[in-house]
Structures are given as C-alpha cells and as structure tokens.
Write a protein that binds this ligand. Structure first.
Ligand code: PLP
Length: 479
C-alpha cells in the first residue's frame, strides 16, 4: 500500500474520521450526540458528517492540554513548516496566544517593552503576569494617517535606558502590514539576554513568500503568536503559538497556554488548524505568491484611479504588500464613510476603515475576479468637498507605567476633573483617532503635557475611544 508522507496527512482529521467510522454509541459530550439532537439551524451550519465528527475528549482524539498522539503530531508538523522548535495549537484566538507568551515568560515586576498601541490581549497578559510595561512610541505616517511600527532606534534607546528589561513584545506586521526590523531587534535583544516575542497575528503567511517581510521565527524571535484564522484557511478563533527553545522555558509557556485555554476544545476548530497547515504544506508558496502578485496588480490599478492613494513601500520599514491600504482623503470622504458606501451600495466589505483609509486584505482565496470587483467598486466611490484634518498628536516618548496593569486593574478608582488629574495615576486608556495610538495608558502618571494634549484634541473634535467619560471633562484615576 502506498504510504502518504507524514507532511501530506492531517493527523487530527484522520483520528476524527476513524472515531466516526467506528460507529460507537455515544454517551458523552457534546450533547447533540454526533448530530442526532442538533437543531435544524445547527444542521444548516454544519454538515451531518461534520456533526458526526464533532465529538470531544475521546482518547483517540488526544488531549490539547497534554498532546501526545494526533494533536502532538499535527503541532510538530506545523512547527516544522513554520521553522519553530515547538508549536501550540490555540482555540481561544490569538488573544490567548499573546496572553500565554507574556504569562509564560514573565513574573510580577518584570519589565517588558511594548508598543504603545499593542492589542488589548497584551494588557490582559500583563494583568495575568504582573509584568510592568514600558511603552514604546510608534512611528506615524502623516501623509497616509497610518501608524507604522516601532523603530530599531527606539528599541535600542529603551534597552539602554531600562537595563532591567526582561522582554520585548513587537506587533509585526501591524494591521496595515508595516513590519518592524524583527531580525535586528532579535539580535539586539539576545545580545543582552532579553526575550523577544512577536504578536504576529497578521503574519501567519509571511513564511511562504520571499517578497514578504521575514517571519518572526526566521528572524530569530523566541515566541510568535499567529492568527492562522485571519489570513490562512482555519476557522475563526484558531491560532498557533510558535516557540524557539534557546531563551525561554518552553514547558512554562505550555503550562500558561494550557491554563488559558478551554478544557473542551472544539474538535472541528482543531481539525481546521490541521487542515490549514496541510494546505500550506501542499502549495503554500504558490498560494501566497499568487496573493502577493494579485496585490501588486490591485495597487497598480488603484494608482491609476484619480484621487485614491496607496503605498507599496514604507521608509525604514518593510511592508506586507498583501494588506492594501487605500487612502480616500482626496475624495473628501473619511475611511468610515467610504466603508459604508462600499458595504451598502456596492456590496464590498473592507477589513477596516479609519479616518482616512480603507484596508483590504488580499489572501490566497482572492483571484482576478475579486480584484476586478474591488477596483470597480473603488472607481464608483463618490467625490465630496475635501475635509481638512489637523495633524494628529503622536506620543513620542518612551515611558514606564508607574504601577503594573495588574495593580491598576484591582486598585480602587475615582473620577475627577481632568484639570485636577496632573500627577495622579491614570486608571483608563485614552486614544484619539487619528492616530489611534493611546495618549495615556492605565498605570501611567498623568502629566501637565498630557492634560494639555487631551484638551487640544478635544477642541479639534477628534474621535476619542476608551475613555469612561467621552466628554473628557473627567478622568478615572487611582485613589
Ligand atoms: C495585533 C493583534 N493581536 C492580537 C489580536 C487578537 O487576535 P484574536 O482575535 O484571534 O484573538 C488581534 C486581533 O485583531 C490583533 O490585531
């Protein structure tokens, strides 16, 4: 009999099929009993075969918390494909993977460098671990109104100014595809024994094209949290945590990931990770190269459209070109207005919109036809009188939280007038759009400068998010 090479198999899927074929009478979870009791709505969502295979906690289906058969085999294949030493499958989103990176490597009081605009899962990781953040400023492109990334110079300065730092967390590439120089930052970090973890939520595909920024693992990072579901072919909620052994205690990270994950992982979610890996194993390079080529064509077409701008390079940073940012300012529209028109009138949905841009993700699932639909829709965007934006205020300093997010989370809080808050410790996050980079984070001391900037932004009419009092008359501080 012809044997399928291990890499071309899907061990979790095989184990599920085998269990289903065994025709066991189930007296176990889930309650729908292999679809028998499923409501017709659930039947519409999943095929009867899917429901038959959606069982959990059977011995032959392995244990996500102590993988040793099919899950372990599938994780090992993923680790090999993404050039990691180990891989942990995650069914609680990249949020849980990011939390596990921090919780599994740092303890209370340890200092970590993080970009000021890191995802909220980073804050959750800090609360869980008790680690103390030092916020790094993020570069900003004023022409496109797009947050870039953390510069290598900034990281160098922070390492020098904060000699006790234990770890660095980068978000690379960011939502807009702008990547930090992870390889150089890994070198700088390891030179002084600092761990480098990368929130690579938007970069699970980097591995498969030489035209994309180098992946975190290939750049020498110690940990990388990837949203397989965002760009590749697994189901929403499924992610992978990649690990390199040299600078971290892998067993501790595994324990942290286990504590943060459900004890009833959905088998279909796990199977979807197995399948996404198999898909990339089989023809990942062709698929991702085709997405890169398509995004080049889309950009070229956008550049020919009057009043729309896009970029394919970013000074001092590399760019994941499959993320296509389209600036609509010269149409007199905000990104949010353009998104509504595209969605409601032209039946095209972008990934996100901001004050000036639309962001479109081009993945391996796109083709000439979807590209054409996108370009046609962009051509139809209306023109309105041009609006002027005042240049946004972008925090430029490296600053340390006075107390940890954990202490802030549990501290008693009071609401006081903004002008009385100077010198107090902030208990909330205040972010204006643009630039979408928090002006102040929980645990930071409120300076006279920050109060003046909040007043200035408020007067300019910028949109604020995160504030408990959206009028900004009052602010929450620690009592
Ligand atoms: C940079 C970044 N990190 C982490 C996450 C969390 O990912 P998930 O939604 O899979 O939990 C997101 C989600 O958008 C993100 O943008």
């Amino acid at each position: 009999m012809l044997r399928v090479p291990k890499e071309k198999s899907a061990p979790i899927v095989s184990a599920m099929k085998k269990y289903s074929a065994d025709k066991v009478t189930p007296f176990h979870t889930p309650g729908h009993k292999q679809g028998r009791g499923a409501h017709e709505f659930l039947r519409e969502l999943l095929t009867s075969e899917g429901l038959r295979q959606e069982v959990s906690l059977m011995e032959e289906l392995d244990d996500l918390h102590e993988p040793h058969t099919c899950i372990k085999e599938s994780e090992n294949l993923a680790a090999k494909l993404w050039h990691a030493d180990e891989c942990i499958f995650v069914v609680n989103g990249t949020s849980a993977a990011v939390q596990a990176m921090i919780f599994g490597t740092l303890k209370a009081g340890d200092e970590i460098l993080i970009p000021r605009n890191a995802h909220r899962s980073v804050i959750a990781g800090l609360i869980l671990s008790g680690a103390v953040p030092i916020f790094l400023p993020v570069e900003y492109d004023e022409k496109f109104c797009v947050p870039l990334n953390v510069s290598t110079e900034t990281v160098k300065r922070a390492i020098k100014n904060f000699p006790n730092v234990k770890a660095i967390l980068l978000v690379s590439p960011n939502y807009y595809g702008v990547a930090a120089d992870v390889a150089e930052i890994a070198r700088l970090a390891h030179e002084v024994g600092i761990i480098l973890m990368v929130d690579e939520a938007h970069g699970a595909h980097l591995q498969f094209s030489d035209e994309l920024p180098l992946s975190a693992m290939d750049s020498g990072a110690d940990l990388s949290a990837q949203s397989t579901h965002k760009i590749l072919g697994s189901l929403t909620q499924t992610s992978m945590l990649m690990l390199r052994k040299n600078f971290i205690d892998v067993e501790k990270v595994k324990r942290a990931a286990s504590l943060l994950q459900t004890t009833s992982p959905n088998q279909i979610l796990l199977a979807s990770l197995d399948i996404a890996r198999l898909q990339m194993e089989t023809d990942g390079h062709e698929k991702i190269s085709s997405a890169v080529n398509l995004s080049k064509k889309i950009r070229a077409a956008i550049k020919n459209l009057r009043r729309l701008k896009t970029f394919d390079t970013v000074k001092n940073f590399s760019l994941d070109t499959t993320k296509v940012t389209v600036n609509v300012q010269d149409l007199g529209l905000t990104g949010q207005e353009a998104e509504k028109i595209l969605r409601n009138e032209l039946k095209v949905q972008c990934e996100l919109s901001d004050v000036a841009n639309l962001l479109f993700l081009i993945t391996y699932a796109d083709n000439e036809q979807t590209a054409e639909i996108l370009i046609d829709a962009l051509k139809k965007l209306p023109q309105r009188p041009i609006k002027k934006f005042s240049p946004p205020i972008v925090p430029k300093i490296i600053s340390s939280a006075t107390i940890s997010p954990r202490e802030t989370f549990y501290a008693p809080v009071e609401s006081i007038r903004l002008e009385k808050s100077i010198g107090r410790i902030c208990a909330e996050e205040i972010t204006f759009y643009p630039p979408g980079i928090p002006l102040i984070m929980p645990g930071e001391k409120i300076s006279a400068e920050v109060v003046a900037l909040i007043r200035q932004e408020k007067l300019s009419g910028s949109r604020v998010i995160g504030a408990f009092d959206s009028t900004l008359e009052t602010i929450n501080v620690i009592t």
